[in-house]
Design a protein around this ligand. Structure first.
Ligand code: AMP
Length: 195
């Protein structure tokens, strides 16, 4: 059982590396961004609320986001085998809530993998992704807001998780498979799991 947070700015490669991590370790993937986009495309009530924040590049309020996560953890039996949290937590209150949610289920967070990528590269990647996928929040104005929100509200988590020894900083620029090898080496060292 392994619970990992994949942490990083928008465009840092969290989705790509999550897919590889769930394969390697047999984990359940929870991407809060994907979950919200799914609600938006289905036109649910939650989707309408989420869209009003996402389209501006703002975060969904903590209490709502935490409630959604709690529900997913209750609903999905396979979370018992371990989870990759992709895009959650994004604020200190979310990080504190995650600790409690895991503790309530008799488990804990094992590592926080931080994908570190220079800002210019993040912008280039998101612009390219917007063109490829049509993702609505990958336009330059929303990207700038998302990066500012990241710096102000999410980046403090790096310090938070460094202090409790869970943070594992990884250079997120370069070749996907090499980045993945660095991630798994780091996780295996931190958790003494064998690959
Ligand atoms: P992502 O796909 O992780 O880049 O998330 C896309 C958007 O969904 C973000 O810009 C936020 O508006 C929203 N979102 C995703 N995860 C969270 C979260 N943990 N807390 C608040 N908002 C979130």
């Amino acid at each position: 059982m392994l619970n990992i947070v994949l942490f990083g700015a928008p465009g840092s490669g969290k989705g790509t590396q999550s897919a590889k991590l769930i394969d390697r370790y047999g984990l359940y993937h929870i991407s809060t961004g994907e979950l919200l986009r799914d609600h938006i495309s289905k036109g649910t009530e939650l989707g309408k609320i989420a869209d009003s924040y996402i389209s501006k590049g703002h975060l969904i309020p903590d209490d709502l986001m935490i409630r959604i996560l709690d529900e997913v953890l209750n609903k999905e039996a396979s979370v018992k085998n371990g989870v990759v949290f992709d895009g959650f937590p994004r604020t200190i209150p979310q990080a504190e809530a995650l600790e409690k949610l895991l503790e309530k289920r008799g488990t804990e967070l094992h590592a926080v993998v931080g994908l570190e990528v220079p800002e210019e590269e993040l912008i280039d990647r998101m612009i390219a992704r917007g063109k490829e996928t049509g993702r609505a929040d990958d336009n330059i104005d929303t990207i700038k807001n998302r990066l500012e929100v990241y710096r102000n509200q999410t980046l403090p988590l790096k310090d938070y998780y460094s202090k409790n020894g869970k943070y594992l900083g990884i250079n997120g620029s370069g070749i996907v498979d090499e980045i993945f090898d660095n991630i798994t080496d780091g996780i295996d060292k931190k958790t003494t799991l064998t690959k």
